[in-house]
Design a protein around this ligand. Structure first.
Ligand code: NAD
Ligand code: ZN
Length: 244
């Protein structure tokens, strides 16, 4: 494809690439996104929209319902990085890519070997007790016999360290992400519908003219892209990185 060739040229010349990824970067690892696939997440959202189901107040008031959804649709302990995650880690190892900013909570960028990852929405791998703050690994949630895991120290509810609707993104992360994007030479946007704010708004800080957007379906940012590549993130990124 012509645009893949152009992307290869842009990336060959660049030394400060910043990637911005969303759920579409992980669908090829078997983790469904929320908006485009027909899956149980979509099914559940007919009863409660995501904005409700995944909100702070819903978590407090309907913790078991939240955890039921979360366990079925957001916890993927055995998932493996795909070619897209690996390609980004490879570009970092070459010194070309400076940061991966992700909306994903699946830890797959790090598993692929990426070192500098900014997790805007937290991670399912980190969990903590809302009462005493004790921290727990993902396996503690997986192994819990009850749907809502309880702290073994004080009995409080254990929650994932992920950002829910009605909650703020960590200021430190936002600042770091903004800084990387502001100074990026090439912006590589992968697998995100760009409808979740404030994360999507970060792209407005990009000042360059080399925005490569790789996504399966149309997004509202398509017209801002210098290069639009409609395809599977893993396949496209592999095709690009194998030529670098
Ligand atoms: P989204 O579900 O809104 O959009 C995903 C986009 O990726 C869609 O536009 C879709 O067409 C595209 N896509 C799907 N498969 C693709 C592929 N193989 N290659 C290229 N594009 C592909 O996701 P979002 O924009 O990240 O926002 C959803 C929110 O839900 C985020 O905040 C995220 O934290 C959370 N979420 C995370 C995960 C995860 O951690 N893997 C999974 C689902 C949802
Ligand atoms: Zn506790």
């Amino acid at each position: 494809m012509e645009n893949i060739k152009k992307a290869i040229e842009l990336i060959k010349d660049a030394n400060n690439i910043v990637a911005f990824t969303g759920a579409g970067a992980s669908t090829e690892s078997g983790i469904p996104d929320f908006r485009t696939s027909t899956n149980s997440a979509k099914e559940a959202s007919k009863e409660y929209p995501f904005e409700v189901l995944l909100s702070h107040s819903f978590f407090r008031e309907n913790t078991d319902v939240f955890y039921d959804f979360y366990r079925k649709n957001m916890m993927f302990e055995g998932a493996k990085p795909n070619d897209g995650h690996k390609a980004l880690a490879y570009l970092e190892s070459l010194g070309k890519l400076t940061a991966v900013i992700t909306q994903n909570i699946d830890g797959l960028h790090q598993l692929a070997g990426s070192k500098n990852v900014i997790e805007l929405h937290g991670s399912t791998y980190r969990n903590y007790c809302v009462d005493c703050g004790k921290r727990f690994e993902l396996s503690y949630i997986t192994n819990s016999k009850v749907i809502t895991p309880k702290c073994d120290q004080c009995g409080g509810i254990v929650r994932p360290d992920v950002v829910l609707y009605e909650e703020y993104l960590e200021e430190k992360n936002l600042e770091k992400a903004t800084n990387y994007i502001r100074h990026a030479e090439v912006m590589l946007v992968v697998g995100t519908s760009l409808v979740v704010y404030p994360a999507a708004g970060l792209l407005n800080y990009y000042q360059g003219n080399k925005l490569i957007l790789i996504n399966k379906s149309a997004t509202t940012f398509d017209t801002s892209a210098s290069l639009l590549i409609n395809g599977n993130a893993g396949e496209v990124l592999k095709a690009i990185s194998s030529q670098i």
